[in-house]
Design a protein around this ligand. Structure first.
Ligand code: AQP
Length: 342
C-alpha cells in the first residue's frame, strides 16, 4: 500500500487463525473494519500466536492463517488501503507482552471470562487438567497487539469488551509507572451484529470451535449450506417474530437480518408481523446469501494466487514492523533496558 499520512487515526484489530471466519466474525468485526479503511491508517492482523493457546495442529494453523488472509481480502480489506499482517512476522508482540505482563495483576487474568470459558471447554474435552499458561496470558498478548501500534480505536465484537477494558487499564498503568507512552485506545463495538449467537444454541455465541458445526455459519459456505443452516436454526415457542429474552433464537435471527440488511430490528418486527417462522427464515437466508455471495466469489478468485498473497503479507508485515519498532524501542528504554550498540 502507498505511504499514508501519519496524522490519520490508527485502527488496529485482529482475528485468530483458529479456523474459517464465521458470520459473527464478519458482522461483529470485519464488516466494520472495511468501512474504516478509507479514512484511517488501518492495521489488521491475523493473530497466529494467540491460536496456539489451545490445543492445535501445526499444519492446520498454517492453512488457517493463510486462509484467514484470503478471507480478509475477500471481505473487502483491500491491501492497497490497509496493512494486513501476521502477528508472528512482527517482532515486538511477544516482547511487549512480557513487559506488560510484569505490570498486570494475576488476579485480573484469572477473572477473565474467556479464560474461564476456554479452560472449562478444555477440561470438558478431556485435557486431564492441563491448561497452558498461554491461555491465562492471552489478554496480555492482546493488549500488546494493540498498544504496539499505539492504536486510537479498536473495532471488535462485544465478546472482546472485557479484554479491551484490561488493555486500557494496562496502558494507563504503564503510563503512570514509567511515563506517558501509550494512547489509551477507544473500543468500537458495532450497533448491530456485535454478538451473533450459535444457530443451534442461541444462548452461546457463534464460534469457530463450536462442537455443533451446524450452529456456525462460515462466510465461505455455499448457498445450499447457508439455507440449510438457517432453515434448521433453533427457534422458540410461540409463532411471533419479535425480539425478547424469552425468544433467543428469533432474536438472533432478527439481529442477523438487521446487520445484513441495515434495517433496525423494530422495523423488521413490523415487516414480519403475522408471517410464519418459515417465511422469516427464508428472508434471513436470502439476505445472508446475497451478502456473502460477492465474498465467496472474490475468495475463489484469489485463493490460489500464492504470489499475490505472499506479496500482501510481506508489505503488510513490513509496514506493521516499522510502526511496532518505534513503540517497542521506546518501551524498552523506559522500562530500563540498555540499548543494544549499533
Ligand atoms: N459471535 C460473534 N459475534 C460477533 N462478533 C464476534 N467475534 C467473534 N465471535 C463473534 C469478533 O470477531 C473478531 C475476531 O474474533 P477472533 O477470531 O479473534 O476470536 P474469537 O472470539 O475467539 O472467535 P471464535 O469464533 O469464538 O473462535 P474460537 O472458537 O477459536 O474461540 C473479534 O473482534 C470478535 O469480537
Amino acid at each position: 500500500m502507498s505511504e499514508q499520512s501519519a496524522s490519520r487515526p490508527v485502527i488496529l484489530s485482529c482475528a485468530q487463525a483458529t479456523g474459517k471466519l464465521h458470520l459473527g466474525n464478519y458482522l461483529g468485526a470485519v464488516k466494520n473494519w472495511v468501512n474504516l479503511i478509507e479514512d484511517n491508517e488501518c492495521f489488521f492482523g491475523i493473530v497466529d500466536m494467540h491460536a496456539i493457546t489451545v490445543p492445535y495442529v501445526p499444519a492446520e494453523l498454517r492453512q488457517n492463517t493463510l486462509d484467514c488472509l484470503r478471507q480478509y481480502i475477500a471481505c473487502g480489506l483491500d491491501p492497497e488501503k490497509c496493512h494486513l499482517f501476521l502477528q508472528s512476522h512482527v517482532i515486538g508482540h511477544a516482547e511487549l507482552a512480557w513487559v506488560l505482563g510484569c505490570i498486570t495483576p494475576l488476579g485480573k487474568l484469572e477473572r477473565m471470562t474467556q479464560f474461564k470459558d476456554k479452560s472449562r471447554k478444555q477440561e470438558e474435552a478431556g485435557s486431564g487438567g492441563f491448561i497452558g499458561s498461554g491461555l491465562l496470558y492471552y489478554p496480555v498478548l492482546m493488549a500488546a497487539d494493540i498498544l504496539l501500534y499505539n492504536a486510537d480505536r479498536v473495532p471488535v465484537g462485544e465478546d472482546q469488551k472485557q479484554h479491551l477494558e484490561l488493555t486500557r487499564d494496562i496502558a494507563t498503568k504503564f503510563n503512570e509507572t514509567y511515563s506517558e507512552t501509550f494512547k489509551v485506545p477507544e473500543v468500537d463495538i458495532p450497533k448491530s451484529g456485535a454478538r451473533i449467537m450459535s444457530l443451534q444454541n442461541p444462548e452461546a455465541k457463534m464460534s469457530k470451535s463450536d462442537a455443533n458445526q451446524n450452529g456456525t455459519l462460515y462466510i465461505t459456505d455455499d448457498e445450499k449450506t447457508i439455507r440449510k443452516k438457517i432453515g434448521s436454526a433453533v427457534t422458540d415457542s410461540g409463532s411471533e417474530i419479535r425480539a425478547g429474552e424469552d425468544k433467543p433464537g428469533i432474536t438472533n435471527l432478527l439481529n442477523i437480518l438487521s446487520a445484513a440488511s441495515g434495517k433496525p430490528v423494530d422495523t423488521l418486527e413490523g415487516e414480519f408481523a403475522g408471517k410464519s417462522y418459515a417465511d422469516f427464515k427464508a428472508a434471513v437466508a436470502d439476505a445472508v446469501v446475497a451478502m456473502l455471495a460477492p465474498i465467496r466469489e472474490k475468495y475463489e478468485a484469489i485463493k490460489d494466487d500464492k504470489a499475490y498473497l505472499q506479496g500482501v503479507i510481506k508489505s503488510g508485515g513490513d509496514a506493521a514492523q516499522k510502526r511496532a519498532y518505534k513503540t517497542l524501542s521506546k518501551v524498552m528504554r523506559k522500562a530500563g533496558f540498555v540499548e543494544r550498540p549499533r
